[in-house]
Write a protein that binds this ligand. Structure first.
Ligand SMILES: Nc1ncnc2c1ncn2[C@@H]1O[C@H](COP(=O)(O)OP(=O)(O)O)[C@@H](O)[C@H]1O
Ligand SMILES: [Mg+2]
Length: 361
C-alpha cells in the first residue's frame, strides 16, 4: 500500500481515479490509512460510499474484497465455509483424516481479507445485516483475527483497510462506531456534482452536464420518496448524450425521467408540477455557474491521458432559492408542500448475497 505523505497527495490519487473528495472526506480517509482504523461512512444512497472503497483500492493498487451485507447474513457467508461436496468425495475415496483442513476451506470475504496484507475490505450496507452479525463483526474488527475451531487462529499480517458503509436504514451500534472513524457523506453541491459529472462523463458537454446537475439539485429540495443520487445524475446526463441531445429539452426529459426517479409517486409528482419551469430554472442556474466558473472550475488534467475531471474541492454554489448551500428551503420551489429532509430508509430492501447491487440505490 503506497503511503500518502499528505492529505493533498491522497486527494490527488483519488482524483486521478475520478473520485472527487472534499476536505472533510479527504482528511478522514487519510486518517483511516494512518491510524489503521476502520472507516464507517454513512449517507443517502448514491452519494459515493461504495465507490469510495473501490476507488481507494484502485488508487492504492490493492485488491478490493467486498462483503455485501443482507438480512440473514451469517458467518458462513462472511467468514468461511467447508466445501462439503469435495469433503464427501474425499470420504468416498477413503481418506477421512484431513477433511477439516485448509484444503477444504472456502474463504469468504472476511477471511480472504486476512490473507491479503493491505487489501481494502468493503463491508457494504451493514445496516441491512442483523444485530448478531454486527456483534460478530465487532470481534473481527478489534483483533483482525478469527478462530476456526478445526484449524486454529488465523491472523492478519497487516490489517486490511476497512470501509464500512451504511445507508442508515437503522442505527448501527455504539460499540461498532467506537471502533471506527466516521464520516457522513452529503449529496454534493451543484459545483461539485458538475465536477463529478465532468470527471466521470468527459464526453458529455459542460452545458448539458451543468443543466442536468442543476435540475437534479433542484429535485433534491423536494420531499421525494427517493431522491436521485449522483449515479442517477450521471445516468440521466448519459441518456441525453446517447439520444444526441446537447441540452435538456422537455420532451426528452419527460421520456427519460425514469433514469432519474424510480418511484411512481415521485415521477407523477414531478410531472404534475411541470417540467418546463424546472428545466428553465436549471438552464438559468447552469448558465450562471458557467459564467462564474473561475480558474478553479476548469477541468483538471486527467491522469494517464484520460478524460478531464473537475476541481476536487469545488464548493456548492448558492441554491436557487437564496438559502445557504446546504440548507433546505422553507418553501419549496414550484409551490409544493413544505420540504422535509429526505427519508432515512428509502433503500431497505434486502439484496441477494454477492449479487451485483453495486451500491446503486
Ligand atoms: N465523489 C464522487 N466522485 C466521483 N463519482 C462519484 C462520487 N460520488 C458518487 N459518484 C458516482 O456515483 C455512483 C454511485 O455511487 P455509489 O458509491 O454507488 O453510492 P452509494 O454507495 O453511496 O449508494 C458511483 O458509481 C460514481 O459513479
Ligand atoms: Mg453503496
Amino acid at each position: 500500500m503506497p503511503g500518502y505523505d499528505s492529505i493533498e497527495s491522497l486527494r490527488t490519487a483519488l482524483t486521478q481515479q475520478r473520485y472527487l473528495v472534499d476536505d472533510g472526506l479527504a482528511t478522514v480517509v487519510y486518517l483511516t490509512l494512518k491510524l489503521k482504523k476502520p472507516l464507517l461512512v454513512e449517507g443517502e444512497p448514491g452519494v459515493g460510499k461504495t465507490e469510495l472503497a473501490k476507488t481507494l483500492a484502485a488508487a492504492t493498487g490493492q485488491p478490493l474484497i467486498r462483503l455485501q451485507c443482507y438480512e440473514g447474513i451469517d458467518v458462513h457467508h462472511a467468514l468461511y465455509d467447508w466445501d462439503y461436496p469435495r469433503q464427501l468425495l474425499q470420504l468416498r475415496a477413503g481418506g477421512a483424516s484431513a477433511l477439516y483442513s485448509e484444503e477444504f476451506l472456502i474463504r469468504r470475504p472476511l477471511l480472504e481479507a486476512l490473507h491479503h496484507p493491505g487489501a481494502v475490505l468493503l463491508i457494504d450496507e451493514l445496516d441491512r445485516a442483523d444485530d448478531e452479525f454486527e456483534a460478530f463483526l465487532l470481534e473481527f474488527l478489534s483483533d483482525f483475527q478469527v478462530t476456526i475451531p478445526e484449524i486454529g487462529v488465523v491472523e492478519a499480517k497487516e490489517p486490511p483497510t476497512v470501509v464500512i458503509t451504511s445507508n442508515r436504514t437503522r442505527d448501527l451500534h455504539e460499540a461498532l462506531k467506537r471502533r471506527c472513524l466516521y464520516h457522513w457523506i452529503d449529496h454534493p453541491g451543484l459545483k461539485r456534482e458538475v465536477a463529478i459529472a465532468r470527471a466521470r462523463l468527459p464526453h458529455v458537454n459542460e452545458r448539458l452536464a451543468s443543466q442536468v446537475c442543476a435540475f437534479v439539485q433542484d429535485l433534491r429540495w423536494l420531499d421525494l420518496y427517493r431522491s436521485p443520487g449522483v449515479g442517477e445524475t450521471l445516468d440521466w446526463a448519459e441518456s441525453f448524450h446517447v439520444l444526441g441531445r446537447d441540452s435538456i429539452d422537455s420532451a426528452t426529459a419527460e421520456q427519460t425521467l425514469g433514469t432519474l426517479l424510480k418511484e411512481r409517486d415521485d415521477l407523477e409528482r414531478v410531472r404534475t408540477q411541470g417540467l418546463d419551469a424546472r428545466i428553465q430554472q436549471a438552464e438559468e442556474l447552469a448558465g450562471k455557474l458557467q459564467q462564474h466558473a473561475g480558474p478553479d472550475a476548469r477541468p483538471v488534467q486527467p491522469p494517464h491521458g484520460g478524460p478531464p475531471g473537475g476541481p476536487p474541492d469545488a464548493r456548492p454554489v448558492q441554491p436557487p432559492h437564496g438559502g445557504p448551500p446546504d440548507a433546505r428551503p422553507v418553501q419549496p420551489p414550484h409551490g409544493g408542500a413544505p420540504v422535509q429532509p429526505p427519508r432515512g430508509a428509502p433503500d431497505a430492501r434486502p439484496v441477494q448475497p454477492h449479487g451485483g447491487t453495486d451500491g446503486r440505490p
